[in-house]
Design a protein around this ligand. Structure first.
Ligand SMILES: Nc1ncnc2c1ncn2[C@@H]1O[C@H](COP(=O)(O)OP(=O)(O)OP(=O)(O)O)[C@@H](O)[C@H]1O
Length: 230
């Protein structure tokens, strides 16, 4: 399978101390890589480095090229980070969607389709259209998580989704709906989506969705064998 992401000697510091150092990893087509590691080990930091939202040393390549060489906004539509707490975003979900599609629309003739599909995906997950016009801060954790995910999936621009505990605020039923939809998208030839890096603290979810398992710690990242059934 083609390599989508390659990380080489990736080191991230905060206040002079390494959060992690010299991480090496690859992400290939069809991978769903579950990132594991104890709380504070740097999983979110690593996703943000991959999305070019954090400064780091070393090299992260998408299809063999750096984010800067592809243009960071274009890179971020292809390697799309979905935060754990979208409530920290300004404005409304519709503002967020508009901002992303205004970039996409320069490349695509079909802005309406780009805007409508995320709404349809969200509706399938129980999100009424009127919620798109409320401020992020007024939405529940589960509503904002589903809207942010539906945007990422429904725009259909991302080849790699970087999901930061994407269902941590959802009940079991909504979690299964979201998981099944995302796995279906990954397998669908019509979808742009080719791989996912997924942070979860749930071993059950890791088993359901993961194809590869990487444990992050201060000293590096280690690929682990498939998780045994309980
Ligand atoms: N902006 C920041 N300034 C200072 N320290 C930070 C900042 N962001 C993250 N850190 C620190 O970096 C370390 C890694 O944080 P990160 O959020 O990446 O961990 P995590 O593995 O995702 O944790 P969790 O499983 O609890 O979500 C933590 O010690 C955290 O306090």
């Amino acid at each position: 399978m083609a390599k989508l992401l390659q990380g080489r000697n990736v080191t991230c510091k905060r206040n002079g101390n390494d959060i992690f150092s010299e991480l090496n990893f690859d992400v290939s087509e069809s991978d769903i890589i579950v990132l594991q590691g104890k709380s504070g080990s740097g999983k979110t930091t690593l996703l943000k480095c991959i999305a070019h939202l954090n400064v780091y040393d070393g090299e992260i390549l998408y299809r063999g090229r750096t984010a800067k060489s592809q243009g960071v906004p274009a890179f971020r539509t292809r390697v799309f980070y979905v935060p754990q707490r979208p409530a920290l975003l300004p404005g409304t979900p519709r503002d967020f969607l508009g901002a992303i599609t205004s970039f996409k629309s320069r490349k695509s003739s079909s802005k309406d389709a780009a805007v409508n599909y995320p709404l349809e995906v969200a509706e399938a997950w129980g999100i009424d259209n009127e919620l798109w016009d409320r401020s992020w801060t007024s939405l529940s954790g589960g509503e904002s998580q589903r809207i942010a995910l539906a945007t990422a999936v429904g725009l259909n621009t991302a080849e790699v989704l970087l999901l930061d505990e994407p269902t941590s605020a959802l009940d079991d039923h909504s979690t299964k709906l979201v998981e099944e939809f995302i796995l279906h998208e990954l397998r669908s030839p019509e979808s742009a989506l080719k791989a996912i890096v997924w942070i979860t603290h749930s071993e059950e979810q890791a088993r359901r969705v993961g194809t590869r398992f990487i444990r992050v710690s201060a000293s590096g990242c280690v690929e682990e064998p498939r998780m045994p059934e309980p």
